[in-house]
Design a protein around this ligand. Structure first.
Ligand code: EPZ
Length: 424
């Protein structure tokens, strides 16, 4: 087991390069299954979830070769020619909920798939009813037995689907099942996240005919075959946002390279309200802060609303902001678990259902805190440690490693006193 040990109080100064997006690379890796030809993915983030997805693909018989480019960034060459099974390894799917969209890709190419009910962050029940009903509307027969879902079809057929809610994963699953279906599929109330746009871009490079990603209506014209393609993973807007909150809390000046700032509008607007000075030039964004952050009100919503994956980080900022903040979590049922750990550091937080009220304290005290299986809560605890008085130890770093590449190294470069230590 490992922990991150942080001595708080240093301002952040310097530049980091944002890694490829975790929530883009995972569906992109699933999409490589849709052809027997090799695909190449650039700027792959070296994350635990990516390692698990690579293991899942290799367990299916897919060959994944790793290379580094001249800047040391990871490249995956994925060759799905000799897939030996359409049953996803249950020991691997329990480690990561997002394995559910392998079902759409396996159904699309092989007309069958077997997968267990996925695990993942326990941020409230993680139902997959929208995935199931959508795949059934496309002509798949799904049966459930002893925790396994068996999906079969003679032929997927395009249809009109109306999602009850703009589920990111369900939208991605539909896209990967529909690209090789017969006929046209229209998805109403589709998720509009940038990661959906990235998936559409890769699928169309493979020869698919998908349009509308980024809007609430997707149109997919099925084709008979897809081909290998090359694609660079979009930058991780949540990693970028996490670092932007860090400097807004510690004070100082941070430049972020490899960023799509138009993905960050809600985050930029909110941090400006907290007092941060934010400038953007092309794929560079600079955040400067030289005062105590002001309290903010946050309501998480599907994109382009404020992202739920940034909610715990904003709670960390609210813990030391001037005034009282109100945070409303509208996407997941129970994403305030980190509040207990903040309280151990002296934070004043009241939670009631979807609402958290945080009275900003002048400072927090260092403590030993534990990251839960919501990786964003773990990252938020690190942020609290950056400003806490004395030393903070964050246990459960393996959860943080699921979504952040070398977090402590990037923070150390920015002047933070932080190290990764093992502990039993
Ligand atoms: C994706 O999860 C992300 N994960 C999550 O990021 C992110 O928080 C979430 O989208 C929302 O933006 C990946 O992309 C790998 P949803 P996903 O389906 O697809 C309910 C992180 O920290 N729902 O949009 O699972 C669901 O319970 C992770 O990086 C149903 O009710 O999210 C939730 O309340 C955490 N039935 C809401 O919809 C379904 O069939 C949004 O879920 C599916 C979802």
């Amino acid at each position: 087991m490992e922990k991150l040990v942080i001595r708080g109080g240093n301002p952040i100064q310097g530049t980091i390069r944002v890694s490829g997006a975790k929530n883009a690379i995972l569906p992109l890796l699933a999409a490589t299954i849709l052809t027997e030809e090799e695909s190449i993915l650039y700027d792959v983030p070296n994350l635990r979830d990516v390692r698990v997805m690579k293991e899942i693909l290799e367990d299916l018989g897919i060959v994944v070769r790793e290379q580094r480019d001249h800047q040391g960034k990871l490249i995956f060459r994925v060759n799905p020619k000799n897939i030996t099974t359409t049953a996803v390894n249950p020991n691997l799917t329990e480690k990561m909920r997002s394995s559910i969209f392998l079902m759409g890709a396996l159904l699309g190419r092989f007309k069958e798939a077997t997968i267990t009910y996925p695990g993942g962050c326990l941020i409230g029940p993680r139902p997959i009813n929208l995935h199931i009903s959508s795949l059934e509307q496309l002509g798949a027969i799904l049966t459930e037995e002893a925790g396994f879902i068996y999906a079969r079809t003679d032929q997927l057929k395009g249809t009109e689907i109306h999602l009850d809610m703009p589920s990111v994963g369900a939208t991605e699953n539909i896209m990967m099942a529909a690209v090789l279906a017969k006929g046209r599929t229209v998805v109403h109330n589709a998720a509009k996240e940038p990661e959906i746009v990235d998936l559409q871009s890769f699928l169309n490079k493979m020869g698919a005919r998908v349009e509308g990603a980024g809007t609430d209506t997707l149109r997919i014209q099925g084709v008979s075959k897809l081909y290998g393609a090359e694609h660079r993973v979009m930058p991780d807007r949540i990693e970028a946002g996490t670092f932007m909150v860090a400097v807004t809390m510690t004070g100082g000046k941070l430049s972020l390279e490899n960023i799509c700032s138009y993905h960050m509008e809600a985050i930029i607007a909110k941090l400006r309200k907290a007092g941060a000075k934010i400038q953007r030039q092309g794929d560079l964004l600079t955040v400067e802060m030289n005062e105590r952050p002001k309290a903010i009100d946050v309501k998480t919503m599907p994109y382009p609303g404020f992202p739920t994956d940034m909610q715990n980080q904003m709670m960390a900022l609210a813990c030391v902001a001037e005034g009282t903040s109100v945070i409303t979590e509208n996407v997941f049922d129970n994403r305030f678990k980190v509040a207990d750990e903040f309280r151990r550091m002296g934070a004043q937080i009241q939670t009631d259902g979807r609402i958290a009220i945080i009275r900003g304290a002048k400072r927090l005290s260092g403590a030993t805190v534990r990251a839960s299986d919501d990786l964003r809560g773990g990252a938020a605890l690190v942020l609290a440690g950056l400003v806490a008085e004395g030393v903070t130890s964050v246990l459960g770093v393996e959860h943080i490693d699921r979504g952040y590449e070398r977090l402590e190294e990037k923070l150390r470069v920015l002047g933070v006193e932080i190290e990764r230590l093992s502990w039993d």
